[in-house]
Write a protein that binds this ligand. Structure first.
Ligand SMILES: [Zn+2]
Ligand SMILES: [Zn+2]
Length: 221
């Protein structure tokens, strides 16, 4: 499902076709497998080997470090691409729980949020954060910075780009963190963590504004 969505988006947004093509190939390879943590290193290496020839140069030589990413994640390391995909496949089926997770940490695996999802609920929208590792969603207070907890409406800004009604960028003037909020009601076929890879221009723009992302996506943006 994620692979097919990535291919649809790759055709629609040529700017991100390369990374979406790689992600599609990885998800096709992983399928519905239920890897054990002990097998993850092998799975990550299998993904890396399968994508080697079509991957951009920094990814070709990247040796995935699955345990290293899980315990001390470095989303800027090229090898994190393969480690994260393998970990996501594992986390989908693993009985994870972090009872003392902070509001800005995933209650399943404790990792950072990748993005926000605004879902229509009752007489307004409800905000959920989506995990950068296991993709779990959890409710989070709207108008709040997930990085520093700022709630002052004067300090939290929202931006939309022409032609992209399905994404809104939330930025904090206190700590200069941003993240994208995805709006599934604008595109019912949306898979938020796959769709979030399709708008690299928004990340380039945000970086130019002096902002940094709460957590970089699989493309390192
Ligand atoms: Zn998680
Ligand atoms: Zn902040």
């Amino acid at each position: 499902m994620k692979g097919a969505r990535a291919l649809t988006l790759a055709a629609r947004y040529p700017q991100s076709a390369e990374v979406l093509g790689l992600v599609a190939a990885a998800y096709d390879l992983i399928g519905n497998s239920r890897p054990l943590f002990a097998d993850l290193q092998m799975l990550a290496e299998r993904i890396q080997a399968a994508l080697h020839d079509r991957a951009p140069e920094p990814l070709r030589a990247a040796i995935p470090g699955v345990a290293a990413y899980y315990h001390q994640p470095d989303p800027f390391a090229p090898s994190s691409f393969f480690a994260r995909l393998a970990l996501e496949a594992w986390a989908r089926h693993a009985p994870l729980q972090v009872p003392d997770a902070a509001p800005n940490e995933c209650p399943r695996c404790g990792h950072a949020p990748q993005l926000g999802v605004l879902r229509t609920a009752g007489n307004g929208d409800a905000l959920f954060l989506a995990c950068s590792l296991c993709r779990q969603e959890w409710a989070f207070r709207r108008g709040t910075c997930p990085e520093c907890g700022e709630t002052d409406p004067e300090k939290i800004s929202f931006y939309t780009a022409e032609g992209l009604p399905q994404v809104r960028t939330q930025a904090c003037q206190s700590c200069h963190a941003y993240l994208h909020l995805l709006l599934p009601e604008k595109d019912f076929a949306m898979i938020p963590d796959v769709d979030e890879l399709a708008f690299p221009a928004l990340d380039v723009w945000a970086t130019e504004q002096g902002l940094h992302k709460v957590w970089p996506n699989l493309a390192g943006l």
